[in-house]
Design a protein around this ligand. Structure first.
Ligand SMILES: Nc1ncnc2c1ncn2[C@@H]1O[C@H](COP(=O)(O)OP(=O)(O)OP(=O)(O)O)[C@@H](O)[C@H]1O
Ligand SMILES: [Mg+2]
Length: 470
């Protein structure tokens, strides 16, 4: 045996290899006499190799052209050859040994098209399933915005944007500060999108909406059997899910003190320990945290750990409130209108002069999100293309006379002028208006808003979700 190439393989092995590859093989000599036929080809023809070998190929395989190729030395590739009622795809190669034409080798790629269909029929659903999960993963764990989506020419805003953009290239933690609805989440998405981690997950955790007793398992995960009700096989926490990517800790100011210590340990050790776990796992995540609260004040009041604050506050990006960047109001309003036009399949919507002036003079406690809600509401009640005062919510229309606004559907004016709606719609509108007002008055502090309304935080979140409020 020569120690090179295929010669190193024993003949029995070579036969087995040929039998196992997807293609079916036949070899003929110059006279078209079959010298070899692999067992899969024989099975398909319902014969044994002994039946085939030594016979002229024309007697064994229908419509064959192997003897012709063995004679002309001209290959024939991808030709369709009907055999036993099925169309097969055949390749025929002349065989040259020491520069002399000695015969031909032929393969069949798919035994028949039906088999290919069966095969693809089995593969197709798997590919679709894979696509579904890929899309779902991308939707959930990918950042959706980039810096070019952040509109504004106000100097303070541009400064914040530039700082965030520069910071995105580093691995340092970033703290985003801004009132509710100023675009903190948009900034976090853009930073991730612009970073070297953009191909890895972007995981958002809303520290305010996860009940305190679940926060730990959400962040760090748990092992199977860690507690009653723990899922089989355990569960990965957000830090593990975000490995190599970015974890966005939204509303960090609402994180309970105990969790703050645990978070600090993760940031220091770069390791997490699942609940009920035996050994720590190392994780590599970049942290972006955001809050509308004054963390420095909270540190002084002992409500936020100072050491954690320093760890997070490596780069501080402060987004100005909308009322402090009035020059950006109309450009943002028109950008939002464009987005809403797409959503509602409308075109050419614009604001009347009076509306532009009203929007410019409002104080926007709910910032861009409030503006977005106002415009969405207007489009909902708009027949033509011009948004006029009557399309604005009452608290904006009545701005001057009732500074702070009144509940729309309860005012005397409404009772007289507006047609009667089904009671359930009126109740829903009143509830929504009350929620909006509380959110505005509490300057986005949800806990405070829930307290003002005299309802629990959970029920507050449920209601906000129901009414599509932030
Ligand atoms: N500069 C901007 N240009 C255009 N749209 C913006 C801009 N900033 C924010 N938005 C829009 O405003 C809305 C609120 O933004 P975002 O959710 O990022 O705010 P937030 O500060 O995280 O608010 P909250 O504190 O309520 O969570 C989003 O719908 C976003 O698309
Ligand atoms: Mg947010």
């Amino acid at each position: 045996m020569k120690a090179q190439g295929i010669d190193i393989l024993p003949v029995e092995w070579i036969k087995e290899v040929i039998n196992n590859v997807a293609e079916r093989l036949v070899v003929v000599d110059r006279n078209g006499i079959i010298r070899y036929m692999d067992s899969a080809y024989c099975d398909f023809l319902d014969i044994t190799p002994m039946d085939a070998i030594g016979k002229h190929v024309d007697q064994v395989i229908e419509n064959t052209r192997m003897h012709i190729v063995a004679n002309t030395g001209i290959p024939e590739l991808s030709s369709v050859q009907p055999i036993k009622g099925s169309e097969m795809v055949a390749n025929r190669y002349p065989l040259y040994v020491n520069n002399e034409l000695v015969g031909a080798a032929g393969t069949v790629i798919f035994r028949n098209p039906q088999e290919w269909l069966d095969y693809s029929g089995r593969i197709q659903p798997l590919l679709e399933e894979l696509q579904y999960y890929k899309r779902k993963f991308e939707k959930e764990h990918k950042s959706k915005y980039r810096f070019s989506d952040l509109v504004g020419s106000n100097p303070r805003f541009m400064e914040a944007k530039q700082l965030a953009e520069r910071g995105s290239y580093s691995q340092s933690s970033i703290l985003i500060i801004g009132e509710s609805g100023t675009g903190k989440e948009l900034f976090a998405h853009s930073i991730h999108q612009n970073s070297t981690r953009s191909h890895y997950p972007f995981i958002r955790v809303n520290c305010a909406s996860i009940p305190e007793n679940l926060l730990e398992s959400e962040l760090f995960g748990y092992e199977e059997g860690a507690f009653t009700g723990a899922k089989r096989g355990g569960k990965k926490g957000k830090f593990e899910l975000g490995h190599m990517g970015t974890v966005f800790l939204d509303e960090i100011g609402d994180m309970p003190l105990l969790m703050q210590s645990k978070l600090l340990r993760v940031l220091q050790e770069k390791e997490i320990e699942r609940i009920g776990g035996q050994s720590p796992k190392s994780v590599d995540v970049r942290i972006i945290a955001a809050t509308h609260r004054n963390l420095e004040e909270m540190v002084m009041e002992g409500k936020f750990r100072q050491d954690l604050y320093y760890r997070l506050n490596v780069l501080k990006v402060e987004i100005p409130a909308l009322r402090d960047r009035r020059e950006d109001l109309l450009p943002i309003a028109y950008l939002l209108l464009k987005k809403l036009e797409k959503k509602f399949n409308r075109q050419g919507i614009y604001l009347s002069n009076a509306v532009e002036l009203t929007l410019e003079s409002h104080s926007w406690p709910g910032n861009i999100r409030e503006l977005e809600n106002v415009l969405e509401r207007a489009i909902n009640v708009l027949d033509g293309r011009e948004i006029t005062m009557e399309h604005l919510p009452l608290y904006l229309r009545d701005q001057e006379d009732s500074a702070g606004g009144s509940f729309p559907s309860l005012s005397a004016k409404t009772n007289q002028e507006e047609p009667i709606q089904p009671l359930k719609d009126t109740m829903a509108a009143v509830e929504k208006a009350a929620l909006e007002r509380a959110i505005n008055l509490a300057e986005g502090n949800k806990q405070k808003a829930a307290k003002m309304l005299g309802i629990s935080k959970t029920s507050f979140y449920d209601k906000c979700k129901l009414h599509n409020l932030p």
